[in-house]
Design a protein around this ligand. Structure first.
Ligand SMILES: *Cc1c(COP(=O)(O)O)cnc(C)c1O
Length: 498
């Protein structure tokens, strides 16, 4: 071997980040995997969540790590200081916010995706075909045409923002991408309900249309948008010269799980020539349950749907998704010519349309793989049954609340979310929520309904059972009795150990 080649080779070896001892690496990797599996298999033995001790928070702070560390030491730090203090949404007692539980299958798929290190911005490779397969499945489920397009994104916040941008470009024409939204853009108005998620308003802000251009229409007692009021507001706006361009309906409001009358809104949008977007962050996947799907009637008429696989779909974070009926309008909102992104008829640069033509990201990870594994491994029927079961558990919690004189139901139970409270004031209920969270026995969250603080239980995790609902009720009653009994000092109870 000549000198130059030998030198080049040793230089290459010394910069490689691969393990020097593959068998030691393999042994440690197997231990990590075993412990990660144990963590999920034995999740009930741990508190749902626990406060982070100051010394743990401090332990992870350090200077920039210029020197190498042993992988085993870094892993030990993770196992001691990070893993035990996660959000808790893997635990069946987690009911705060709408968080999915994840699965061991999803974890493995994410590991495999990281090994491939695929970049799904574009080019011709099978990982993109996996993403396209999921797009095709979503088209099928929501009865969208073959020309519909879809793309994985971080979450529904991003998917809603992209829907606003697609609708904006459809309304103003593609030249607005060059000239800016201008005077025409200043006249655009969008519509959603008071119960819609805050990210809809943020999307209007980021899209340069302003939050004032979003009309928040009143809701009925069940938190469904008042369609007559929506129609009236559109008429008023047209009369004074505004250009109504978008309605964002909710399929599962974040507060109480209300589903707007999608059919009526679809008809109104068609009549008015307005883009009809559905925020189906968690609720859209109720399409997988034959019992629940009829509640989504009309979703198949939407121009676009945003949803999260990481909520009811149980796919590990993050896995948001946007489906757009007219794939060409979707592309026109984002596609951009660039020499370094030129497309070819053959070779690695073939295979257009690329995902980078359908959203703001160029480099993108392989979110589709954990979703593909999840949908195939469990089958959509079983995932639908998980979704129906969490609604049945919400009904069970509703019944427990109605049967308990110390508790009060604060909103109708539409899907999987129950809002209730201990019969006492806001301050006491706020303390109860924190007490229950800190006890590690359960993790509800809170929201405000009609000016009252509500304890909110969103049942999303496939591991949740009746006993977890019972544990939540027992904890709320215990802390409620203590708090309303005037006892300020509440001893921390033993952590959930069963
Ligand atoms: C969770 C949620 C969102 C936001 O989705 P992310 O995935 O957190 O970005 C939007 N709308 C509704 C109704 C939600 O439940």
């Amino acid at each position: 071997m000549n000198e130059i080649i030998r030198n080049t080779q040793s230089a290459a070896t010394s910069t490689s980040l691969d393990p020097q001892d593959w068998s030691a690496f393999r042994a440690l990797a197997h231990r990590m995997l075993d412990e990660a599996i144990d963590g999920i298999a034995n999740v009930r033995a741990r508190p749902v969540w626990q406060p982070i001790p100051d010394q743990v928070r401090a332990a992870i702070k350090s200077e920039v790590p210029r020197e190498a560390s042993d992988l085993a030491d870094v892993y030990r730090e993770f196992a001691e200081h990070v893993a035990p203090y996660a959000t808790g949404n893997v635990h069946p007692g987690f009911m705060g916010w709408v968080h999915g539980g994840g699965t061991a299958v999803g974890m493995l798929a994410d590991m495999l995706a990281a090994g491939l290190n695929a970049n799904l911005g574009g080019r011709d490779h099978m990982p993109i075909e996996v993403e396209r397969q999921i797009v095709a499945w979503m088209r099928d489920l929501f009865a969208f045409p073959d020309s519909a397009s879809g793309i994985f994104v971080t979450g529904t916040s991003m998917a809603n923002l992209m829907a606003v941008l697609v609708a904006r470009t459809a309304a103003l024409g593609t030249l607005a991408r060059q000239y800016g939204v201008g005077n025409d853009g200043a006249l655009l108005t969008a519509y959603t309900s008071r119960a819609a998620h805050g990210c809809v308003s943020r999307a209007m802000d980021i899209a340069g249309l302003g939050t004032d251009a979003l009309r928040k229409i009143d809701v009925d007692a069940d938190h469904r948008v008042d369609v007559a009021a929506l129609r009236a507001q559109i008429a008023v706006d047209r009369e004074v010269g505004f250009k109504p361009f978008l309605v964002v309906a909710s399929a599962g409001t974040v507060d109480i799980g209300a589903i707007d009358d999608l059919k009526a809104i679809a008809a109104l949008c068609r009549e008015e020539g307005i883009w009809f977007h559905v925020d189906g962050a968690f609720g859209a996947l109720a399409i997988l349950s034959p019992e629940l799907a009829p509640q989504l009637d009309g979703i198949e008429l939407a121009d676009s749907i945003a949803l999260d696989f990481h909520k009811w779909g149980q796919v590990p974070y993050d896995a948001g998704f946007l489906l757009v009926r007219d794939g060409e309008q979707h592309r026109q909102a984002f596609a951009q010519p660039a020499a370094y992104l030129s497309r070819e008829a053959r070779g690695l640069a073939a295979g257009a349309v690329w995902p980078c033509d359908l959203g703001p990201d160029l480099s993108r990870g392989f979110r589709a793989l954990k979703t593909w594994f999840t949908l195939k491994t469990f089958g959509t029927d079983r995932l639908g049954a998980v979704i129906a079961r969490s609604c049945a558990l919400a009904k069970y919690l509703e019944a427990r609340v109605l049967a308990e004189p110390r508790l009060e139901l604060l909103s109708p139970v539409n899907l999987n979310i129950v809002c209730f409270r201990y019969r006492a004031g806001d301050a006491v209920n706020r303390e109860i929520v924190a007490d229950v969270q800190e006890s590690g026995l359960a993790a509800p969250s809170s929201t405000t309904l009609d000016g009252k603080l509500a304890i909110r239980a969103a049942i999303v995790n496939h591991r949740t059972e009746e006993r977890d609902i019972d544990a939540l009720v027992a904890a709320v009653l215990t802390f409620g009795d203590r708090r309303s009994g005037g006892m300020i000092e509440v001893e921390a109870p033993p952590l959930a150990a069963q």
